[in-house]
Design a binder for this molecule. Sequence first.
Ligand code: COA
Length: 257
Amino acid sequence: MSIKTAVLNGVATIEIARPEKKNALTVAMYQAMTDALVSAKADNAVRAVLITGQPGIFTSGNDIEDFMSRPPGQGSDGNDSPVFKFMRALLDCDKPVVAAVTGGAIGIGTTLLLHCDFVYVSDEARLAMPFVSLGLVPEFASSLVVPQLMGHRRAAEKLLLGEAFTPEQAVECGIANAVLPAAEVVNHARRIAERFNQLPPGAVREAKQLMHAPQRELMLQVIRTEGELFAKRLRSPEAMEAFQAFFQKRKPDFSKF
Ligand code: COA
């Protein structure tokens, strides 16, 4: 099993655990994370959710082999596939979600952070959204939220050039709360999550809903629009070249397009 879940001391933990593939997320893993989020929302004993990875890697994003063999959205607009269900479950989670970014966070590894309430990043982490480099387009409302957070120019570095950024830059541009030594990031995030055991859950829930309400419909609309384009792009010759290059461990050649 590559997603480990546990509920302990009021915190539902979702641990991404597939280190041999750099925690790349498969369809089954999205489903397991969705189930965990839905259970956490329904369980009165859960006061907060903690999402974490493995030492040195949070997640390398969507499994690229899955992209090639089982692209989301085949035969539909893609919004019902496991990855979109996961996105929806994270948006719908009305309990605080805390992320401990234990290492590299790529693609959805970074965009999921945009929908967490607290983000703590290891000093060894690197974040990147290399969608365009893969022949794809931004997802999980990152085309909306990233420019809002850091302005168009810096967002263009991250979303068009796919430039990686440091934990300090993630804090500076508002994606993360703080940088922690690698050995401390999970415990720190857990302590933040456990603070909700001392707070009134109804007020926390309603406050979180209020913070999300003004943008919620827009966010869902953007996720749908991005998703439709993303699903088409997954089948594009540009994306095929990028995926093949990844597995052949070479640089992609986009000169023919
Ligand atoms: N999907 C599928 N397999 C992946 C993967 C992914 N997203 N990321 C890593 N892997 C696999 C590699 O193919 C490799 O498998 P192998 O041992 O069978 O050859 C294994 O995980 C280790 O990865 P490797 O690239 O050798 O590790 P690294 O330490 O040199 O680099 C990363 C780590 C995360 C920087 C690099 O793997 C990477 O860039 N991954 C792809 C990230 C990406 O583009 N994600 C999609 C965003 S939409």
